[in-house]
Ligand binder design. Structure first.
Ligand code: HEC
Length: 145
């Protein structure tokens, strides 16, 4: 009698473990964030606007639509081109090549703030935590979509 209760208990435990393992699969996938998850703050984007105007607007235009000097950083032509990439990849590219006349000049803070501003200008939502991409460490991806 007591043996069968123990066995039944073990079976229930086993079943609970299987269910927990099954449930952990979708929750692990849900950990990958996208630019639609509020990955920067409104204040950060406003700081980024000032940095963008000082360092990027001469070529990409104040309204981000670009021109003869450089392509636009706003609209589906831009977001579509980066769709599927991560924000880390965008930050790494930007840090390595922009501003095109003086690459590598941006501080980590300016880089994050400017990307926050570009995201806001592309109508992605602000959230409660600042974007803090670390170029030395890719970390959990934030997917562009
Ligand atoms: C001197 C002109 C110039 C300045 C200043 C400049 N850019 Fe650019 N940018 C370009 C040109 C030209 C391209 C296209 C060639 C390329 O992709 O390397 C470009 C491309 C880009 C792209 C890729 C666009 C795409 O469609 O994939 C990003 C992102 C970008 N710039 C961000 C910035 C940011 C952020 C700043 C300010 C920190 C900045 N740029 C400053 C000239 C400039």
């Amino acid at each position: 009698m007591s043996v069968s209760i123990t066995r039944r208990f073990a079976l229930v435990l086993f079943a609970a473990t299987v269910v927990a393992a099954a449930l952990s699969v979708p929750s692990a996938a849900a950990q990958e964030r996208t630019v639609n998850d509020g990955v920067f703050t409104a204040e950060q984007a406003t700081r980024g606007r000032a940095a963008y105007r000082a360092q990027c607007a001469a070529c990409h235009a104040t309204n981000l639509f670009g021109g003869e000097m450089a392509p636009g950083l706003k609209g589906s032509g831009f977001t579509g081109g980066w769709s599927g990439a991560t924000l880390w990849e965008l930050a790494d590219f930007t840090n390595a090549t922009m501003p095109q006349d003086a690459p590598g000049r941006l501080s980590a803070q300016e880089l994050n703030d400017i990307i926050a501003y570009i995201l806001r200008e592309n109508d992605y939502p602000a959230g409660s935590d600042e974007l803090a991409i670390d170029l030395a460490n890719q970390g959990d991806p934030i997917r562009i979509e």
